[in-house]
Design a protein around this ligand. Structure first.
Ligand code: NAP
Length: 282
């Protein structure tokens, strides 16, 4: 497993298993399957409603806790100094863990500065090993850096062949922040698994389009967390360390960038309002 060293010195796998949109009753088996097939990072969130199943799976997998890197995320409703402390304890309790490896602010809204202070304190208290953000555009990252001691270790953002965000990846690199891609496969949009350019590159290496995409991201220094509930795909998605894309192939994929999100812009006022109104608990 290829790993990255985060800006506080801890090690994080460059490939993990995402559990967004996996129903709680399916999550346990899916995570056990991923761990049995070599994944050592699980990406969940309070808002995914499956932290308990992730925790049970880690325990049942037989893989020692310290060998698994667990990420969870703070929802908007809990952004704030006191609310974040409570939300972290709830997540730890649901996961059945004493600590998480990475805790991310899920969305760049609400009292993120209060939340960040709590997260910094929780690192000192041993409840979190590294802290980071998700869906932050560079201005929001810069705001956090300007007002606190801790630079985010990770920014988890939408990133796939149709939305490559090279400037943002470079900005993160400059500041010692690791970029992690969500929706590496664009959740299957644009018929991505049959894309002619990606299919031709895949055929050249005897690999699948999914493997080419994940490899392309890792070669750009971007960590990946593909999701699948299909056991054969879970295995397939982990087999990305035995081939290398050439500079020419990297350039061919770079040409697919549209510079636009396939989901939504986190700066769109309607989205800010919608996500900020989403409650995950009373
Ligand atoms: P994704 O990984 O781009 O796509 C998942 C889809 O691709 C599923 O429909 C899956 O189908 C299919 N798939 C997976 N492997 C495949 C393969 N080898 N061949 C063909 N199809 C394949 O989308 P995502 O789940 O949205 O993103 C990944 C993870 O990122 C999430 O699980 C979550 O942990 C994280 N995420 C974070 C945010 C955020 O705001 N921070 C937002 C979205 C996602 P099956 O499952 O049916 O096999």
């Amino acid at each position: 497993m290829k790993t990255a060293t985060l800006n506080n010195g801890i090690t994080m796998p460059m490939l993990g298993f995402g559990v967004y949109q996996i129903a709680p009753e399916q999550t346990e088996a899916a995570v056990i399957g991923a761990l049995q097939n070599g994944y050592r990072l699980i990406d969940t969130a309070a808002a995914y409603m499956n932290e308990e199943a992730v925790g049970r799976a880690v325990k049942q997998s037989g893989v020692p806790r310290d060998d698994v890197f667990i990420t969870t995320k703070l929802w908007v409703q809990d952004a704030g100094e006191a609310a974040a402390a409570k939300a972290l304890d709830v997540s730890l309790q649901k996961l059945g863990l004493d600590y998480v490896d990475l805790y991310l602010i899920h969305q760049p809204y609400g009292d993120i500065h209060g939340a960040w202070r709590t997260m910094e304190a929780a690192v000192k208290a041993g409840k979190i090993r590294a802290i980071g953000v998700s869906n932050f555009h560079p201005d929001r990252v810069a705001d956090l850096i300007a007002h606190h001691d801790t630079v985010p270790a990770v920014n988890q953002i939408e990133l796939h062949p149709f939305y490559q965000r090279e400037t943002e990846v470079a900005f993160h690199r400059e500041h010692g922040i690791l970029t992690q891609s969500w929706a590496s496969f664009a959740e299957g949009q644009n018929d991505i698994f049959k894309h002619p350019v990606l299919s031709a590159i895949a055929a050249e290496h005897g690999k699948s389009v999914a493997q080419v995409i994940l490899r392309w991201l890792n070669q750009r220094g971007v960590a990946v967390i593909p999701k699948s509930v299909t056991p054969a795909r879970v295995i397939e998605n982990a087999q990305i360390f035995d081939f290398e894309l050439s500079a020419q192939e990297m350039a061919q994929i770079a040409a697919l960038d549209t510079g636009k999100s396939l989901f939504f812009d986190h700066r769109d006022p309607e989205r800010v309002k919608w996500l900020s109104g989403m409650k995950i608990h009373d």
